[in-house]
Design a binder for this molecule. Structure first.
Ligand SMILES: Cc1cc2nc3c(=O)[nH]c(=O)nc-3n(C[C@H](O)[C@H](O)[C@H](O)COP(=O)(O)O)c2cc1C
Length: 391
């Protein structure tokens, strides 16, 4: 059985899984390295501030159990099963090293200094990278805890959004990100001291490769658990599905945007739409952008009233979706880790571009797969649904 077929939602499977979730048992969202490690407050070093935009808390909402946080990238169920690390070289006044982005404290925590030794040597790169090396890891249990096997999809959809958020952060500095597709992610995880509950998923860099030689680390960095607890029985079941990190050769760039930093901070998932529809000119732009962003993904765009009502039903009865101006469904012959992250990367970029035109949106990961395929009249597997409209 493929991970796609193992994670199908049917009306029956959804009914069997639904019930009261005990939020008191939610594993922690944030990984913390020990406080004795040296760290920079991200906003205290102007040259590093844009790195924080890639993954930071952008909204704190009062909640009976404390403050509810939302981050710069969206996440299915707001569970954020990802962690982000950077290797920095060539930032004036900043120690060259490997850092963990401690999202909760908004700090860069130094895990190891780099110089003649560096992560490049574990990535098959012969020269030192001047700039930022981005390492994205996943902590599946944060999502598996709530979603079970279906978390496989959400994890890779979240990863694509996170890569979009990294791309956007770099674009504020007029920099692009090169994704590295031939990486032994398992070996990188070992040297970074990631334990068996955290895995490297995607690696890339913004900056340039120099001809200065670089040697590998002779021992792994320190290991810290990424959540306060895990349930090994649940994780064993999840891990019976073969899953491999995405292999992406290249990704389309984000269009140049004014006020990009503000857009990154302002991005929020829409929870409802206003009474009016997005006007014709902007809708035409949106539909064209959806269709042309990534030709490896098939786009189905629903704008008619009846179609949107049906879509809302097929997305587990999320009735508010029917008020969208457009619903974008992305499909591919095979739904795998690569295609899931390509789909959500595209959605993330178009989300920011649309927001600059006053269009709000949300990803939708919950849908009845077979019924949706039938509605679209496609044999292709469903990657992602997203909704777009006027605030
Ligand atoms: C992969 C994915 C699937 C999502 N699925 C749904 C969904 O089915 N319904 C919904 O209302 N929101 C959905 N969302 C939106 C999340 O609930 C939202 O990102 C999260 O609550 C954090 O809020 P924020 O995006 O405003 O930061 C999804 C988001 C992602 C990334």
């Amino acid at each position: 059985m493929t991970p796609y077929s193992a994670t199908i939602h049917t009306p029956r499977s959804v009914m069997q899984r639904s019930g009261m979730l005990d939020w008191d048992t939610q594993p922690t969202l944030y990984k913390h390295y020990p406080a004795h490690l040296f760290s920079y407050a991200i906003d205290a070093v102007p040259a590093l501030a844009y790195i924080g935009l890639a993954r930071s808390i952008t909204q704190k909402v009062p909640h009976p159990t404390g403050l509810y946080h939302r981050l710069s990238p969206p996440s299915a169920g707001n569970l954020h099963p990802l962690e982000l690390y950077v290797q920095l070289r060539g930032f004036e006044g900043v120690i060259s090293g490997i850092y963990h982005i401690d999202v909760y404290r908004h700090r860069l925590v130094l895990l190891a200094e780099v110089g003649a030794v560096g992560l490049e040597a574990h990535l098959g790169i012969e020269g030192r990278i001047e700039g930022v090396l981005w390492v994205l890891s996943s902590v599946p249990f944060r999502s598996v805890w709530k979603y079970g096997q279906r978390a496989w999809r959400y994890l890779y959809l979240d990863a694509g959004h996170q890569w979009g958020a990294i791309t956007a952060a770099c674009a504020t500095q007029n920099q692009s990100v090169t994704i590295l597709s031939e990486v032994d992610t398992r070996a990188v995880g070992v040297v970074m001291g990631l334990g068996d509950q955290e895995r490297v998923e995607m690696v890339g860099y913004s900056g340039h490769i120099t001809d200065k030689s670089v040697a590998p680390f002779s021992r792994p960095l320190i290991e810290v658990a990424p959540t306060d607890y895990i349930d090994r029985t649940t994780m064993r079941e999840f891990n019976t599905m073969a899953h491999t990190p995405p292999v992406i050769a290249s990704l389309a760039p984000l269009a140049p945007l004014d006020n990009l930093s503000q857009l990154i901070v302002a991005r929020r998932s829409a929870r409802s739409f206003g009474a009016s529809m997005v006007d014709e000119a902007r809708l035409a732009w949106l539909v064209e952008r959806m269709r042309s962003f990534d030709s490896s993904v098939t786009s189905h765009i629903i704008t008619d009233k009846e179609g949107k009502i049906t879509m809302a039903q097929l997305c587990l009865g999320q009735g508010w979706m029917a008020k969208a101006s457009a619903i974008w469904v992305q499909t591919a012959p095979v739904c795998d880790e690569t295609m899931l992250s390509c789909a959500s990367y595209a959605v993330h970029c178009v989300m920011l571009e649309a927001l600059s035109r006053g269009i709000v949106s949300s990803g939708i990961g919950a849908f009845y797969d077979h019924e949706l395929q039938k509605f679209l009249g496609t044999q292709e597997e469903i990657l992602y649904v997203s909704v777009w409209g006027a605030p």
